[in-house]
Design a protein around this ligand. Sequence first.
Ligand code: C2E
Ligand code: MG
Ligand code: MG
Ligand code: MG
Length: 279
Amino acid sequence: AKKGGRGDYAFFEPRLLEAAEHNRLLENDVREALATNKMTLAYQPIVDARTKHTVCREALLRWDHHIRGAISPERFIPIIEDAGLIHQIGSWVIREACSEAMRWQDGAAVAVNISAAQLSGEGLEQTVIDALARTGLDPERLELEVTETIFIGDESETLDSLERLRALGVKLVLDDFGKGYSSLGYLSRAHFSKIKIDRSFVRGAAEGQRDCLAILRAILALADGLEVITTAEGVESEREAALLSSLGVEQMQGFYFGRPEAIEADLIPERRLAQRQDA
Ligand code: C2E
Ligand code: MG
Ligand code: MG
Ligand code: MG
């Protein structure tokens, strides 16, 4: 591939490089981005279906690559994991999200995504303890989102890790529910506080697909029986929101209610002041 300024190799001529080589180069960029604070968090509101008030915000990792532009976390998180950097980044995300939430005047919770590698490795529990202690955030306001992939492998070890986290008083959330190979058994064994229904069901049900609607109803009935809160993901229109409300979904998240973005200054008194002074 072309050699120009550092970093501009693979992205212009991706086919010239093996995927592994490509990832190795991106990995170097990840290390540098970390060292120079190029990763940021965007926050997306999760609203109460009835009141439409924001009850939680999900922290979503953002990386604006110096050449390639914004790269999706679905793409770069696996690279971070392969590079053995997920604990470093994951710890930063947890600390940053907790201290951000401490500034919110509306008292909304903050949700952080935890990958399977993060959960199975050492140190997550201590990271959470430290972040809570350092920021003073009420553990009830911290939600940890995991997907079903955490159950691949040693299930009893996974349940153990989850239980230790739950003992800290934080909430456990099962993300993307229904997307994978959902074993309903996980739901009761792991004591999740909340499940997030994957956006494919939201879309399908709104488009009138009867199987999606049936599954959605079944998930909601199950959640109700287990006393687990439900959040619908990927709500993009008023029509979808109305349908989900009528089915009894308790919380909603999606572009219709707000995109992931840097936190609004008016939530935070000192930033509101700084904005006024700028004007
Ligand atoms: P997720 O946790 O399921 O996050 C929701 C994703 O759906 C986000 O994508 C969000 O931008 C997107 N989304 C929200 N509302 C809508 C909508 O109305 N329509 C559509 N089409 N999409 C919507 P994003 O930010 O690209 O993140 C992708 C995934 O990357 C996340 O899925 C999560 O699994 C992972 N991720 C993001 N940040 C972190 C992090 O800090 N740590 C870890 N381990 N994973 C993260
Ligand atoms: Mg999530
Ligand atoms: Mg999700
Ligand atoms: Mg996801």
